[in-house]
Structures are given as C-alpha cells and as structure tokens.
Design a protein around this ligand. Sequence first.
Ligand code: AVI
Length: 344
Amino acid sequence: MNRAGRARPPGARNELAVIVDDMRTARQAVPTLEPATSDFPSETIAGLSSSPRTLPCKYFYDERGAALFQKICELPEYYITRTETAILRLHAHEIARCIGARSELIGLGTGAGTKTRILLEELEAPAVYIPIDISNKQLRKSTALFRRLFPGLEILPVCTDYLEPFDLPAPQRNPARKVVYFPGSTIGNFEPDEAINFLRRILALCEKKGALLIGVDLQKDRHVLERAYNDSAGVTAQFNLNLLVRANRDLGADFDLNRWRHRATYNSTAGRIEMYLISETDQVVRIGDREFHFRAGEKIVTEFSYKHTLEGFTALARAAGFDFGKMWTDSKRWFGVFYFTVKL
Ligand code: AVI
C-alpha cells in the first residue's frame, strides 16, 4: 500500500471491478460553478482595435486548441512538460516531505493529472484532493482514473475557470494544511502584476499554514526558447492560427488563413517569448459590421510566455505574501518547481 492509500497497481484489479467502477464514477456529477460566459466577441473587437493589436491567449483552448496543446507538450523541442515531469519524478519524495501528512491538495488546471499522480503517490495520507479545471470532460476523466488509483482518497472535483473567484468544497476530514499545486508554468502567461494578483488569490485559498507548489519555466538560451515555440512540425503555428479559425467559426469573421503566419521571438529585456500572427499581405478582415485593415508585416500579439529567474520569481511570490522554501530543478536549470509557504 502506498502513502496515498493506493491498494495495488491498477493492472492487479479484476476487469469487471474496473468496468463497474468506471460506470459508477461516470454517473457521479462533477459540480460546475458555471465558468463565466465568454467575452470572446468583445475582447476580440477590443484587441484588434488596440495598438499593438492583440488577441487574448486564454481563447487558444477550444477543443481543437486543447488537443493541439497536448501535441505541443509531446514535441521534441518543447522541453517544458518533459522537464517538469522529470523533476517531479526525481524529487517527489522530498517534495512530499515538505508538504507533510494529511494535506488538502488543490490542483489548478492539472489536466490529465500525470504530474499530480506522481505527487499523490508520495504524499503521506493526504486528507483530500480537489482538482479544479475548466474542462468538465477532462475533469471527469481524470477523476475516474484517480478514484481508481487512490480508492482511499476523498476527491472533490470542481469545474470552474480558476481565473475567476470560486469557493472550495468542504472535505470530510480536516486537513493539516492546504497546498495549492499549479503546474505547467501557466503562471508564465500572466503579466508580472497579474501574476502577483493571482498569487494573492492563491494565498487566500490556502490560508494560514498553507503552501504553494508551482512549476515555473526559467530563463535560458534564446535559441532553445525560440525552437520550443517555433517547432519544426508546425504544431505551435497551428495552435496560434487556431485563434483565427475560432474567430471565423464563433464570430463569423473572415480571416483568410493563407494570409497569416505564426512567429515567436524571445524578448530578452522583458524575459518573455512573444507570439504573433503576422499579416502576409495588405488585407481587410470583417467581423460582423466591423472592418479591420492590416498592412503586410503587421502583427497581432497573441501570447506572452514569461521566463523567470529564481530571484525574480521569488520576489513576485514574496510580493504576494509567500516565503520561499525551496526550488527543485533539472541539471540544465531550465525549469523550476518552487515551494513557498504563506508568510506568518
Ligand atoms: C500553457 N502555457 C504554459 C504554454 C507556454 O509555454 O507558455 C502555452 C504555449 N504556447 C505556445 N506553446 C505553448
């Protein structure tokens, strides 16, 4: 029996028990806190009217966008997912020791749960696991899997947009401390002041004695970064252009995909990858009764992905009310898994 109460490996269970279990879990509703209605139309019009022109990166993740992102995570050039997972595999035991026994683990945007699973396998008698995700489908799937893997563990999934305020469900057992787990370096997609505000909200969630475990992409050679965001198979390009596909479908826009190209460059002064869609020609795009004129070479900013330093990210977290505990990293220092505690 491992620490999180996993009785035996899934392969050891009888097939029928697994099927019955799956059917039972599939029927269990995942509470939905109604993610805020989409502002895609107004944010698109406002973004394309501003200077520089922008489209918000949160709209990448429709069904096709989420599938493309999954593919990005497996690309040879996109080191982020692989490196973070390897760090966790290597250090999960020590991380679990820092977190301690009987914790409430709150997972923000944990997706399929590959990294959370590594952590839960090492945690000592966790009181409850609360995965929070905007995708109901993803949440149901990962909850079914985790209920099978950790039958002794209370799991309380919450389907909501974690960028908006939400309440946590009450567990049956009182935890010793609340620990928010925010993997994937998604914090890099926030502007630094937004990151501080978001970390303040996390601080309020985990209360006194709480802690934060967060994956953060670190600054490195620009060639490594630019390769990761301009992959040779063109998956990131499809992911970026999918914003235009979505605008055509959901807003009736008439973006001609053959007249736009993807580009990502590293801005070393700001410490961020900047992703653009660049107009190949002079052109007019219509959305409803609005017309947008683009010159050849004109850019739409679609995403910033900040790369931090140990000191820089610690300063951000400190400004939000956290004390630095530890950072685990890989041999090239490309990625950091940071552990912070709430300042007393
Ligand atoms: C989700 N986020 C951490 C990714 C990143 O690396 O900033 C999104 C992404 N954009 C292009 N490739 C991946």
